[in-house]
Design a protein around this ligand. Structure first.
Ligand SMILES: Cc1cc2nc3c(=O)[nH]c(=O)nc-3n(C[C@H](O)[C@H](O)[C@H](O)COP(=O)(O)OP(=O)(O)OC[C@H]3O[C@@H](n4cnc5c(N)ncnc54)[C@H](O)[C@@H]3O)c2cc1C
Length: 311
């Protein structure tokens, strides 16, 4: 049977924080097809109380601002899907493909990366000394060092769940340690594997091992002997997603995406906005960059679409 083409949008935006929402508002007002992926609860703004944003006096809860922004963008025609992107690809035809945590693929002429920043780390004693000696922050980078090993992944989002699935094909035993797993039912179903066990409502309180990680101790006192522990907070990291597409990062720390004044990256049709583009981590900057990215991406997509129609 012939494979169906994925649904084609003009612009796909990764992120429903202030950068992604402002980009969605400006892009959707150009009467183009806009899809926004991500979870408002995962935005940094969700936990913030804002009192330094122009024209909003007093203190406003971030959650309320996000819900208002989503309604506004929906009002202009943007579509929202509360799922994380877990893979990206570019097609020779000049479109980009995004695969979500439930395995669906969507394509677009232009992408806007507005995934914010992930604050890494468990903040536990000895953690820094054990990095690269049993503790890793990237399943995609380090999974192959753990053939036939006993590993655990800690996290609540798609990065942790997706990481556990990847590791289950390499390691002997995988334990997913999570307080509340927040992933799609399809991704949760994928965790149903013989060598994967899930500890829900669990938190790590201690890391044991001097030159290498030997074990971890959970808050209820359970000790797990481990060869490796993967800390995978939040969603699939933007860096892993864009690295496959050749997007340039800052040369010093590889933590920010480099853009020009149009919020364009080095790859035509890929734009970035907000915290993912660097400091200051402020809503006003995220919104400003989101506005520019939305306008730039929509112009790019409209041009691409008219070239395709003329063919
Ligand atoms: C406690 C706290 C207090 C703060 N106080 C202030 C303040 O007073 N004033 C101020 O201006 N700023 C404040 N900030 C900073 C402000 O919240 C951020 O600068 C702003 O939210 C950044 O917006 P963003 O859209 O770039 O990223 P975020 O708001 O972090 O949004 C990122 C989005 O990307 C999505 N995402 C991540 N990975 C993926 C993926 N793989 N696929 C799809 N989607 C993905 C997430 O689901 C989320 O929706 C505060 C932040 C915190 C944490």
């Amino acid at each position: 049977m012939a494979k169906k083409d994925p649904p084609l949008y003009d612009v796909i935006i990764l992120g429903t924080g202030p950068a992604g929402l402002q980009a969605a508002i400006h892009a959707a007002r150009k009467k183009i097809e806009v899809l926004v992926l991500g979870r408002p609860r995962s935005s940094s703004l969700y936990r913030a109380h804002i009192e330094n944003y122009c024209c909003i006096p007093g203190v406003k809860a971030g959650e309320e601002l996000l819900l208002t922004g989503i309604k506004q963008a929906e009002g202009f025609g943007a579509k929202f899907l509360q799922e994380d992107a877990v893979a990206t690809a570019a097609s020779p035809g000049g479109t980009y493909q995004i695969t979500t945590e439930s395995g669906e693929t969507y394509s677009a002429y232009a992408l806007i990366i507005a995934t914010g920043i992930t604050r890494h780390g468990l903040g536990l004693r000895g953690e820094k000394d054990l990095i690269g000696k049993g503790i890793s922050y990237c399943v995609d980078c380090d999974a192959n060092f753990y053939h036939d090993a006993r590993v655990a992944v800690v996290g609540d989002g798609s990065a942790a769940a997706h990481g556990a699935v990847t590791l289950s094909k390499i390691a002997r035993q995988v334990t997913l340690i999570t307080r509340h797993l927040k992933v799609s039912p399809a991704l949760e179903a994928e965790l149903n594997r013989e060598n994967v066990s899930i500890l829900k409502g669990a938190t790590i309180k201690e890391l044991r091992g001097t030159n290498r990680l030997d074990s971890i101790v959970l808050r209820d006192g359970t000790e797990l002997q481990l060869d490796g522990l993967f800390v995978e907070g939040g969603a699939k990291g933007a860096m892993e997603l864009v690295a496959f597409l050749g997007v340039k990062l800052d040369p010093e720390k590889f933590t920010y995406i480099l853009t020009d004044r149009k919020q364009a990256t080095n790859i035509p049709g890929i734009y970035a906005a907000g915290d993912i583009c660097g400091r200051p981590f402020q809503m006003a900057k995220a919104v400003g960059e989101g506005c520019i990215a939305g306008l730039s991406a929509s112009s790019f997509a409209l041009k691409k679409r008219s070239e395709e129609t003329a063919k």
